[in-house]
Design a protein around this ligand. Sequence first.
Ligand code: COI
Length: 355
Amino acid sequence: MTQTIHIERTTTPKPKPAANELGFGKYFTDHMFILDYEEGKGWHNARIVPYQPISLDPAAKVFHYGQTIFEGLKAYRTENGKISLFRPDMNMKRLNRSNDRMSIPPVDEALGLEALRQLVLIDQDWIPDAPETSLYVRPFVIATEPALGVSPSQQYKFMIILSPVGTYYAEGIKPVSIYVESEYARSVVGGVGHVKTAGNYAAGLKAQEGASALGYSQVLWLDGVHRKYVEEVGSMNVFFRIGDKVITPALTGGLLPGITRDSVIHLLKHWGVEVEERLISIDELVQAQKDGSLKEMFGTGTAAVISPVGSLHWKGEKLMIGDGSTGELSARVYDTITGIQNGRIEDPFSWRVVV
Ligand code: COI
C-alpha cells in the first residue's frame, strides 16, 4: 500500500434504523471512502469523509457509456464481539478483473482492503446484530471525465459506501418461484456477463418486471446464444441437487464467478458431496424434475447468501422442486455459510477476516 487514508469524521451522526426496518440497501452509514484517478497522476487522494452526495459534471462518461463496476460483500459482528469480513480479498481481485474488462485502471488491492477495514471500523456502530442482518459493503468505480467521445475515461472515482441490511428477499430463506426467461438474455460469452458492471443489472430489469407482473420472484437466465443452458437465477449463481450430485453451471464467460458460489462448492466438496461444474440445459432440468431426481435448487449470492427455489415456470407448466419447501442440503449450506460468516461456527477455510 502506497498511500495513507485521510480521515474526516462527521460532526452530525445520523440516527440508526431499527433492525425490523432495514430491508436491503435503504440506509447508509455516516462515512464513505473516496479515491480519485487522473491519467498521468494515477489513483490518489484516499480519504474517508462524511457520507454525502457527490457532484459530477453532467457529461461524466459513466452517465453516457456506463463505464462503471461494483462489488458487494458483508461485514458482521461476530459473537466474540469482533468485526469480520467474508473473503474480502476475493472481492478486490474480482473488482480488478471487472476494471480490466471495462478499461478502468486497476486499483491497488492492498489499499482497497485497508480502506474497507478502516471504513467498517469507523462505522462499526452501524453493524446490526439481529439475526439475518449485516453491514453490506458496496465498493464501486465510476468514470468521471466530462467528455462525450467513446473512449476510456481519463478520470475515475473509486468509492465505498456501507448499508446496514436485513434479508435481500422479503421471503428471506423461504423458497421463491422462478420464471424461466426465454425472450430476453442476460449476457453472451465475450460480453460482460462475467464481470460486475451496472449494465448487466439494468439489462435484466425488463425480464424481472415481466416475471414480477406474472407473480414470480425472479427469472432463470438461459444462455444468450442457444437459450438452452442455464446460467444464473436473478442476480445470483444457481445450484441443483440431482440425485446425489450437485450441479452448477460452469464459468463459461457468460456468468459471474460468485464468491458465495465458490464458497458453496468448497463446502460441499469438504462434506464429500460430488459437485459438477458443467453446462446444464433446461431440458435436462425438466427431465430430472419429471423423473423425480431434481431434489433441490438454490441461488447463491452475497446479498441473499442462499435463496431456495420452490418452483419453476417453463412453457406454461409449473414444475415443483422437490416438495416445494427448503431442501435439506440448501438449509445446511445456508446455516453453515452464515454460521462461518457471523462467527457462530468454526471457519475451517480461514474465510473470515477480522478487521
Ligand atoms: C448479490 O447477490 O450479491 C448481488 O450481486 C446482488 C446485488 C446486485 C444486490
